[in-house]
Design a protein around this ligand. Structure first.
Ligand code: ADP
Length: 366
């Protein structure tokens, strides 16, 4: 046996080898060559098979009669080993080592790897889709809860007014005075009107097409309408709010009185809501050719550039509005847009964060 056998030897080969080749070669070496055999014999077997195999002479712990084959399943460095008895009584054996090139492993596992990769991608996509569905459901649940809350809040006011008025009408002491009685009846009428307005608003918001909204077009006194909106606007006691009616007196506009009043009051309510401790709101108008623009301007919080093109979408609320716990369900501006479009008009907004917003409702008059 050549002494150089104890050092690792390699032969470069271009061919793809298989496990059986190594084991068969090891068996051939054991069976077809006398023990001890020569390196030339072993080398020539591997060379003929085109294998790059390391050959090393080792000492075994016990007597070794048969060839042992092992596959070292290391994913990074997969290798096959065969230990062939060399000089049995001297406890000498020849260890053959074949490093399986990682590219060959990948090649042989290619299909499985591609399928696993595709399945993993599919799994990740499903997971992301499921998470987004859950988030959407949670958002929808929040919207539903806040919608119900707002509805209860809006309905509570006229109902409690009606309750008080009706119990007052049952009190003979309060209704003896005719002026008193008329006041109570007026309040009743106002509460019922508020209820009916609210239900019309609910009905309108369920329409997807502006053209579906019924209109009752008439010549309206815009100045008077704005005055009564200002009077009805509820102002939080902690806020200093100034609302200016900048519409010329006796200014007339063609449109649905109820809807125009709802458009303006929604914009005014928002201007009050989305502002600091002090706010100035100016309601004005501009005539241009056949159009009239109603302009509601405030010096409140303003709207970020990112939110500007989303605020007219149903149920959209800015993250600031949600974080501050400001009441609302994100339907106000969608409703304003719907009612404006029902009049074949257009709504637009100019706003700068921290400086204020200007909403413009352009309504054709012919
Ligand atoms: P809501 O008031 O219920 O949130 P809206 O549709 O009325 O729903 O308004 C949508 C969003 O537009 C609000 O969440 C708010 O962020 C923003 N917004 C509306 N009006 C104003 C305003 N005058 N100033 C600042 N932000 C406003």
């Amino acid at each position: 046996m050549d002494s150089s056998l104890s050092t690792f030897q390699r032969f470069d080969i271009p061919k793809i080898s298989i496990k059986e080749n190594i084991w068969n070669a090891a068996n051939s070496a054991a069976l077809e060559h006398d023990v001890p055999f020569s390196i030339v014999g072993v080398d020539s077997i591997f060379k003929s098979l085109g294998l790059d195999v390391g050959i090393r002479l080792i000492t075994t712990d016990s007597l070794m009669w048969n060839t042992e084959h092992r596959l070292v399943s290391d994913l990074i460095n997969p290798r096959m080993k065969a230990v062939i008895p060399y000089s049995i009584l001297e406890k000498k054996a020849v260890e053959l080592t074949y490093d399986i090139p990682i590219s060959r492993v990948i090649k042989s596992m290619g299909t499985i790897l591609i399928i696993s990769l595709m399945l993993s991608v599919l799994l990740i996509v499903c997971l992301i889709w499921q998470i987004s569905t859950i988030r959407q459901l949670l958002k929808l649940d929040n919207v539903r809860n806040s919608f119900v809350h707002t509805m209860i809040h809006e309905l509570k006011r006229p109902i409690s007014t009606l309750k008080i008025c009706i119990s007052s009408l049952g009190n003979p002491r309060l209704i003896v005075d005719e002026e008193n009685r008329n006041d109570i009846i007026d309040d009743c009428r106002m509460a019922v009107n508020n209820l009916s307005d609210y239900f019309s608003r609910l009905r309108d918001i369920t329409f997807n097409e502006a053209s579906q909204i019924p209109l009752n077009i008439e010549n309206c006194d815009l100045h008077g309408m704005v005055d009564s909106i200002i009077e009805k606007t509820s102002i939080p006691s902690a806020k200093k709010v100034e609302i200016v009616n900048d519409i010329p007196s006796d200014f007339k506009i063609v449109g649905d009185r109820l809807h125009l009043s709802q458009i303006i009051s929604n914009l005014v309510e928002n201007a009050v809501k989305y502002s600091g401790d002090t706010v100035r709101i100016i309601i004005g108008c501009k005539t241009f050719e056949d159009d009239i623009s109603i302009i509601v301007k405030d010096n409140g919080n303003g709207i970020s550039d990112g939110d500007l093109n989303k605020i007219f979408t149903k149920f959209y609320r800015s993250s600031d509005a949600m974080q501050s716990g400001m009441p609302g369900v994100g339907l106000g501006l969608a409703y304003v847009k719907l009612l404006t479009e029902a009049h074949s008009g257009q709504v637009s907004v100019i706003s700068h964060q921290g400086k204020g917003s200007t909403f413009i409702i352009k309504l054709p008059q012919k």
